[in-house]
Design a protein around this ligand. Structure first.
Ligand SMILES: [Zn+2]
Length: 421
């Protein structure tokens, strides 16, 4: 028994050394690596003449590094959540209760606790119990918000937003968000908290369910800035990563808690839809002519519409797979294939084709949508930056490849979720 365990340990050590030196981290692919690379590559051809030379020059980098964000998913817990949003965790379509602005969403789903000198924790505001209503109190011409939670708290929504921006957002990447009790007391117009309150903790209940549409907006702003700075390496690096997240947003299973069919007894459907079908049919059957990149007037609205559209395909995607599983001869559903010298079990070609047909071109249309959106996002960043002349940036080298290391202390839950998505 002991020997066996030592052997396992040795293997694990060897494996981790291997990945350390090869720079590779074994990740579950999304859109398949194949799909992400294809989307980024084809997006280059949607661009106008002013942009095409720079992007074409770096097309190998843009294609290859389309998958960097996935390789990074295990490196920090903040990366994994950028690839999805479990929007159905927060309500029902069209999820009007979920604020479309990141800081507002975070404000809504943050909880507050008071920690006493003795280490006891007292709940101050629990987002599930909190009811936000207009009070009849007016202050400086504004209606104050009344939050009924454990106690009834009354404060001004704008001041809360300001407090959040100053006291909490700068701590976003910290493991714990700590707030000076006096700051919160000021907000609540309390004189002070009782003396035995040592500190206030704020707890983010939002991010773990995914922040994809908010991250897209952030990427849009970062790419715009890179164009303003005329920084060719940043432009290329951000463009290829931006393409990845836009691709993810087009995948219905990136918008649900049931991301791998685990809630409906359909485990494996994620890779079936976004990896297996494109691998089999993208080269022979998909039509990639998507037209020219378009200017995006309202990026926030645009990215949310993509996510909601993706989500609207979920019901059919799940229902068809169940129907197919029941109708198709069970012994012809899974086949064994050789992949890089390893035998893997995967959906048979005929079975995949039947699903692809049932979906009526859904995978193809989401992939086409991805290509057009990626080109449009790049183009929009350039327009918003004032359409800088890029002709003098032509002879720059590709950005340096990022070194990606796995974070060893990722919890099992974080790892599982990063993998599943
Ligand atoms: Zn991803």
């Amino acid at each position: 028994m002991k020997d066996y365990r030592n052997h396992l340990l040795g293997t694990a050590l060897l494996l981790s050394l291997f990945f350390l030196f090869s720079g590779a981290i074994p990740v579950k692919e999304d859109w398949g690596f194949f799909g992400h690379r294809r989307i980024n590559r084809l997006a280059v051809f949607t661009l106008p003449p002013e942009l095409i030379p720079l992007y074409k020059n770096q097309i190998e980098y843009i294609t290859e590094h389309a998958v960097d964000p996935d390789k990074r998913r295990y490196a920090t817990k903040h990366e994994a959540v950028r690839h999805y949003i479990d929007i159905d965790h927060w309500g029902v379509f069209p999820f009007a209760g979920v604020p479309r602005t990141w800081s507002k969403a975070l404000q809504k789903y943050t909880e507050f606790y008071a920690v006493t000198n003795k280490g006891d924790t007292l709940e101050l505001m629990n987002y599930k119990k909190a009811r936000w209503t207009d009070s009849d109190i007016t202050w400086k011409g504004r209606h104050l918000k009344k939050v009924t939670s454990r106690d009834s708290l009354i404060f001004d929504e704008e001041s809360y937003g300001q407090f959040f921006k100053e006291a909490i957002l700068p701590q976003y990447y910290e493991d714990e968000w700590k707030i000076e009790p006096t700051l919160l007391a000021d907000l609540l117009e309390l004189n002070a908290f009782p003396e035995n309150v040592k500190e206030i903790l704020a707890v983010d209940r939002f991010s773990e369910y995914g922040i994809l549409p908010y991250h897209l907006l952030k990427m849009q702003q970062r790419l715009t800035r890179a164009f303003q700075d005329k920084d060719p390496q940043k432009i290329i690096q951000l463009s290829s990563e931006f393409g990845h997240y836009i691709g993810d947003a087009h995948v219905p299973l990136h918008t649900t808690e049931n991301y791998n069919g685990q809630m409906t007894n359909q485990i494996g459907i994620h890779a079936f839809w976004e990896s297996r079908i494109p691998e089999l049919f993208a080269d022979t059957e998909f039509d990639y002519f998507v037209g020219k990149a378009e200017y995006i007037e309202d990026p926030q609205d645009y990215y949310w519409k993509i996510v909601l559209k993706s989500h609207s395909y979920l019901d059919s995607l799940l229902a068809y797979e169940i129907r197919l599983k029941n109708e198709f001869p069970p012994d012809r559903q899974f086949c064994y294939e050789d992949r890089n010298g390893r035998t893997i079990r995967t959906q048979c070609k005929e079975y995949s084709e039947a699903y692809h047909k049932m979906l009526g071109g859904q995978v193809e249309s989401r992939m086409r949508g991805s290509i057009l959106s990626v080109g449009s996002a790049w183009y929009t960043a350039w327009v918003d930056a004032g359409q800088p002349d890029l002709s003098d940036l032509m002879n720059t080298n590709a950005p340096e490849a990022e070194v990606i290391e796995a974070r060893p202390n990722l919890s099992d839950k974080e790892r599982e979720k990063a993998r599943g998505h």
